[in-house]
Design a binder for this molecule. Structure first.
Ligand code: AN7
Length: 347
């Protein structure tokens, strides 16, 4: 069953909403016992959102936003993006027969995401500026043209993204003790908190989880309490200086008695590599910020070891293969002989 059909009763769906789908959602919740032991926590599960059709969690919100855009008679949609939103917008617009316009910061989006927007047929504009500048322009475009903005300032995006919280509870039979996730524009932490609260009100959970959000140090406005004019992190997906859902993220943090902290690029890279090496789960760098943050909190004694943690891995590792390959020295070609290969392997 499609995501919209499955959670129909919890979503803003009417008889006129087309239940479009690319088989999004229903992503795996993968036990990570090796990494849990390494971090020093009792239980760690990975909600691998990279398994969505365009390779990120953005598909959940986008399928809802595009369905509503179609219902409301829109012909075209627009978004600003660090890459994943543009890939999802382009794919679902193609699926629904709408035009997609995507505005991205030039040179600051991973190659895989650029390839997706182009292949799905979006009109792509690269600006000499960052994500925050792109979002400002998109808001103005939404005011000036008959075009639907599908950034997470569109409430349907947030609504669609609540489904990830429902799925976690449906699998575990209850909420985890804490949810760890990266924070960029802060829509996802907002959506998870809304989803968990909604399920709790319906008696589906015995408690609410703590929301543990992590920004990259070089793009950590919520942690610092003021916007960053020139955010910088190698985790390009979360290179955002002035998050649209800032206040909602702060509410999620406070109401859940969680935290929003930051992690360095080195800590992100270490967690990113550990996820792949220890558990066979390859996410994109930004997605590892939740695990990097959990490691930091445990080391500080700020996260109890005897708890069940879910870390959201927001995007797939193949979005940004260049950065992965750069971590290693390139393999030197050798002759196709057993002895040459044995020498390389040190056998
Ligand atoms: C892999 O695509 O903002 O805090 O324009 O791609 O909900 O913004 C992406 C964000 C985390 C942060 N992980 O989520 C965009 C965009 C990945 C992401 C985030 C993003 P939010």
């Amino acid at each position: 069953m499609s995501l919209l059909a499955r959670y129909r009763d919890l979503l803003p769906i009417t008889d006129a909403t087309p239940l479009i789908s690319l088989a999004e959602g229903n992503t795996p919740l993968i036990a990570a016992p090796r990494l849990a032991r390494e971090l020093g926590v009792r239980e760690l599960l990975l909600k691998f959102e990279g398994m969505n059709p365009t390779g990120s969690f953005k598909d959940r919100g986008m399928v809802m936003a595009i369905a509503k855009a179609v219902e409301e008679g829109a012909r075209s949609v627009v978004c600003a993006s660090t890459g994943n939103t543009s890939a999802a917008a382009a794919a679902y617009a193609a699926r629904a027969g709408l035009e997609a316009v995507v505005i991205v910061p030039a040179g600051k989006i991973a190659l895989g995401k650029l390839a997706q927007a182009l292949m799905y047929g979006a009109k792509l504009v690269a600006i000499e500026g960052n994500f925050d500048a792109a979002l400002d322009i998109v808001r103005k475009m939404g005011d000036s043209y008959p075009i639907t903005v599908v950034n997470s300032v569109n409430q349907y995006r947030i609504e669609g993204q609540t489904t990830a919280a429902y799925e976690i509870v449906d699998v575990l039979g209850d909420a985890p003790d804490a949810l760890c996730l990266p924070v960029g524009n802060a829509g996802n932490i907002t959506a998870y908190w809304l989803g968990f609260q909604r399920y709790h009100q319906r008696g589906k959970t015995t408690h609410l989880p703590k929301m543990l959000g992590f920004q990259a140090e070089g793009a950590s406005p919520i942690v610092r309490g003021s916007a960053f004019d020139k955010p910088h992190t190698l985790a390009t997906a979360i290179n955002i200086g002035n998050p649209a859902s800032w206040q909602y993220a702060v509410s999620a943090r406070d109401e859940s008695t969680g935290c929003i902290d930051c992690v360095s690029d080195d800590e992100i890279v270490a967690a990113w590599r550990d996820l792949a090496r220890c558990e066979g789960v390859f996410c994109e760098p930004a997605s590892a910020a939740g695990v990097a943050g959990l490691r930091k909190l445990v080391q500080q004694g700020a996260a109890p070891p005897d708890a069940r943690y879910v870390a959201v891995l927001t995007g797939h590792g193949l979005k940004d293969p260049g950065l992965a390959v750069e971590q290693f020295s390139p393999p030197q070609p050798v002759p196709p002989s057993m002895t040459a290969i044995e020498r390389v392997l040190g056998w």
